[in-house]
Design a protein around this ligand. Structure first.
Ligand code: SAM
Length: 238
C-alpha cells in the first residue's frame, strides 16, 4: 500500500494585478492584455532564482486559489462553460474549487527587475486576483507544452459570443484623463467586459441590473442590453 505523506507548500511570491475582486477576471490567461507583477518572496526573493529566465518568451505561473481556501471542493462542479447547469468532474475542468487549490497559467514574460531589494517579473495576460500566492514558476517550453492537435470539447475557443462595448461620454473623459497613468485602460475594460463576466444563467436574458467591477483603483459601472455592454461610469475607489 502506498503511504502518501502530506507536504507543506510555501509561497515563493505574490501577484500584483489590476484585478481587485474575482468578479470580472478573465476565465483564462491571454484574454486581456493587462500587465501584472510577480513579486518574489522569502528565500525565492533572490535574483539567482530567475537568472536566464528572460531567455524564455513565456512562463508557467503555478499558484493557490487563495480566495477559495475555506470553501473546500466537490468531485462534481458546474463550469460556466456548460452554462452553469450541468455537472462534470472537477478534474475535467479548470474549476477554482479543487483539492490543493492549485492553478496554472501560461503567460508572456515582459520584463524582470529588482526594486528596493525585491525581485519582480512583469507578465502579460494573467487571470489572477491581486495578492494571489505563487507556488512555482517554470519556463513554458513550446516543443513539450504546445500541442497543436489537442482538442477540448467543452472549451473549443476563447468564447463563442462576445459583447460589443460602448462607452458613455463620462467614461470617455475619465479614460482620456488617465491616459498617461494607464495607457491601455480602454482596451483592458473592453477585453474584460467583452467576455461577459455575468453568471452563466443571466446570458441571453433581459437584464436591467447595473453591474460594477473593480479594476486598478477604479470602480467601473456597466449595464447590458442584448449583446451590447454600456460602460456608464468610471470612478476612483474612495
Ligand atoms: N488559468 C488558471 C487555471 O486554469 O488553473 C485559472 C483559471 S480560473 C477558471 C480563473 C478564475 O479564477 C478567474 O476568472 C477568477 O474568477 C478566479 N481567481 C483568480 N484568482 C483567484 C484567487 N486567488 N482565488 C480564487 N479564485 C481566483
Amino acid at each position: 500500500m502506498n503511504t502518501l505523506t502530506p507536504f507543506t507548500v510555501n509561497p515563493i511570491g505574490f501577484v500584483a494585478s489590476p484585478f481587485k475582486e474575482k468578479f470580472g477576471i478573465p476565465r483564462q490567461p491571454k484574454l486581456c492584455p493587462v500587465s501584472s507583477l510577480l513579486w518574489l518572496h522569502g528565500d525565492a526573493n533572490n535574483i539567482d532564482c530567475i537568472r536566464d529566465i528572460e531567455l524564455n518568451s513565456h512562463i508557467w505561473v503555478l499558484f493557490q486559489f487563495h480566495q477559495n481556501s475555506q470553501q473546500g471542493w466537490h468531485p462534481l462542479v458546474r463550469p460556466p462553460r456548460l452554462d452553469g447547469n450541468k455537472k462534470t468532474g472537477v478534474f475535467a475542468t479548470r474549476s477554482t474549487f479543487r483539492p490543493n487549490q492549485i492553478g496554472m497559467s501560461a503567460v508572456k514574460l515582459l520584463d524582470v527587475g529588482v526594486t528596493d531589494k525585491k525581485v519582480w517579473l512583469e507578465v502579460e495576460g494573467l487571470d489572477l486576483l491581486d495578492g494571489t500566492p505563487i507556488v512555482d514558476i517554470k519556463p513554458y517550453i513550446p516543443y513539450a507544452d504546445a500541442i497543436p492537435e489537442a482538442t477540448s470539447e467543452f472549451a473549443p475557443s476563447a468564447q463563442e459570443t462576445q459583447l460589443n462595448i460602448r462607452f458613455s461620454n463620462a467614461a470617455h473623459i475619465v479614460i482620456e484623463e488617465l491616459k498617461t497613468l494607464i495607457p491601455n485602460l480602454k482596451i483592458v475594460i473592453e477585453q474584460v467586459l467583452k467576455q461577459d463576466p455575468r453568471p452563466a444563467y443571466k446570458k441571453g436574458k433581459p437584464d436591467d441590473k447595473i453591474y460594477g467591477i473593480r479594476l486598478y483603483d477604479l470602480n467601473i459601472r456597466w449595464s447590458i442590453d442584448a449583446d451590447e455592454c454600456h460602460v456608464l461610469t468610471i470612478e476612483h475607489v474612495l
